[in-house]
Design a protein around this ligand. Structure first.
Ligand SMILES: [Zn+2]
Length: 166
């Protein structure tokens, strides 16, 4: 259950994954415009939010989620489901325009045993690039983010604004 007005003394530690106090929901914090996390938002439409992922798998890794804290796709009406997928399609159009990926992984993790680190319903939109695994990735076992996240955010924000979704 999400406690919207809970005082969170050390939210940045939570957003960095160091400490995850029971009852705190990072996507609710983003939806409420918490200044420590709201700068991840790049689009908004009909009570849904498009945001950058906290730990991007690839540049342009986005999430679409409802402002309301729900944890299962089946809690959405047909109409809201349509809105969510319409925004998903917009994410793909925007990413095609800005980054020209060769493919996408789209998906949900629903329920505690699914691997979901955040229970608040969200869809991942992960652009995939044919040459994304470089030498440094192989040697160090880490991924290299090739663009400054602030630049990524500004470009995406402008593209969603152009489409009327902000
Ligand atoms: Zn939530």
């Amino acid at each position: 259950m999400c406690r919207r007005n809970l005082f969170i003394p050390d939210k940045m530690a939570y957003t960095k994954g160091k400490d995850r106090p029971e009852g705190v929901c990072i996507l609710c914090a983003i939806a409420e415009g918490d200044p420590q996390v709201s700068n991840l938002v790049v689009g908004r439409r009909d009570s849904f939010i498009v945001s950058l992922n906290l730990y991007p798998y690839n540049p342009g890794h986005l999430m679409v989620f409802p402002e309301e804290h729900i944890e299962d796709l089946r809690q959405l009406s047909e109409e809201r489901l349509c809105t969510m997928f319409s925004l998903t399609r917009m994410c793909m159009d925007v990413l095609d325009e800005l980054y020209k990926p060769q493919g996408y992984n789209l998906g949900f993790n629903i329920g505690r045993s699914s691997g979901a680190s955040i229970l608040h319903l969200h869809q991942h939109i992960v652009p995939r690039y044919s040459r994304e695994l470089g030498l440094i990735d192989v040697v160090s076992g880490t991924r290299v983010i090739v663009e400054d996240p602030i630049i990524t955010k500004e470009k995406l924000f402008a593209a969603f604004k152009e489409r009327g979704a902000i």
